[in-house]
Design a protein around this ligand. Structure first.
Ligand SMILES: [Zn+2]
Length: 309
């Protein structure tokens, strides 16, 4: 009974407060909206081989949302280690969503493929058969995250260096390293509006290259012209970025660091690229991860005893 009375008194107090000070509840609500958690993490598919964590970081001011995936291929360490370095970032405006270890089973094995094959070829599986692939749930999660984003970045790593013409066996159009990969420079929507991943990729490359002194490691834009009839890369029609661009109309880039350097250097290149993408998207932060590979080497060594990245 005493509890009942106490609850009744609290309810009465609230009703009178609202009646006497009608401006208080909206103020309380407004404050709650402003001080909403700037960081949240969610664990998906717990206690399975596909368990993965997604980090949601938001600033207090409005702005675009940038989504970063790492580890869609489990043998590209720089990709998932770089994405993991952004989980402690605080941003002033907009949002940052991070899925650093998308293909957990592949990462654990250290192989390109996880449970259901090459995950970066599963984004266009036919409706009738897709449920048979064990990675479909991870692909569907990725698709739902893409829905929340304005810009999508998928981090990778590959041997050698992309070039738009044949220079050498190590540096030619069939290679991927040190490139910002786009499916097409301009994508025209049905209503006539245009998306320009090419422009974004060029600007990100320019910002990145301002910080990369060694010209051999500077980024180029690699246009796979994925939907073209004579495309050299039709396999990319099943990729995450092609899905993001053509089905959800997002600016999407795959960023590839070379494997022809040390791991800390590759992480430094990808960190530079993500930092550049954040800047280009207009998302501001005071504590972006260091781009110095010596610092990154130290982080990795410390990480052996205490996981930091
Ligand atoms: Zn890859």
């Amino acid at each position: 009974m005493a509890n009942h009375r106490r609850i009744k008194n609290i309810v009465l107090f609230c009703v009178f407060t609202v009646f006497l000070f009608p401006s208080i509840p909206p103020l309380l609500f407004a404050e709650e909206a402003v001080s909403a958690p700037a960081y949240q993490q969610k664990i998906y598919f717990p206690k399975t081989r596909q368990q993965l964590t997604v980090h949601f970081i938001s600033g207090l001011e409005k702005g675009p949302t940038l989504l970063v995936f790492g580890g869609i291929h489990g043998d590209e360490r720089a990709g998932y280690l770089t994405a993991g370095r952004f989980t402690h970032v605080k941003i002033k405006n907009g949002s940052l969503i991070l899925a650093p270890r998308l293909n957990a089973a592949a990462i654990k094995k250290g192989t390109r493929q996880g449970l259901g094959g090459d995950m970066n070829r599963l984004f266009d599986l036919p409706e009738k058969t897709r449920h048979r692939n064990p990675d479909t749930k991870v692909v569907d999660l990725s698709k739902s995250l893409i829905q929340r984003a304005d810009y999508v970045i998928n981090l990778h790593q590959a041997y050698d260096f992309y070039a738009d013409r044949w220079i050498s066996r190590q540096r030619n159009p069939s290679k991927w390293g040190q490139s910002n990969v786009i499916d097409t420079p301009t994508y025209t929507l049905r209503n006539g509006d245009k998306l320009e991943p090419g422009r974004f990729a060029q600007k990100v490359a320019r910002r990145s290259n301002d910080r990369i002194k060694n010209r051999d490691y500077q980024f180029l834009v690699n246009n796979t012209e994925t939907s073209g009839q004579k495309s050299r890369h039709m396999e990319q029609r099943g990729s995450l970025t092609y899905y993001a661009l053509t089905k959800q109309h997002k600016i999407a880039l795959a960023i590839e660091a070379t494997k022809n350097c040390s791991l800390p250097e590759a992480i430094a290149f990808l960190t530079i690229a993500v930092n550049a993408a954040l800047e280009e998207a207009g998302i501001q932060s005071d504590n972006l991860p260091s781009e110095d590979f010596l610092m990154i080497s130290r982080e990795i060594k410390e990480g052996n005893s205490k996981p930091k990245i």
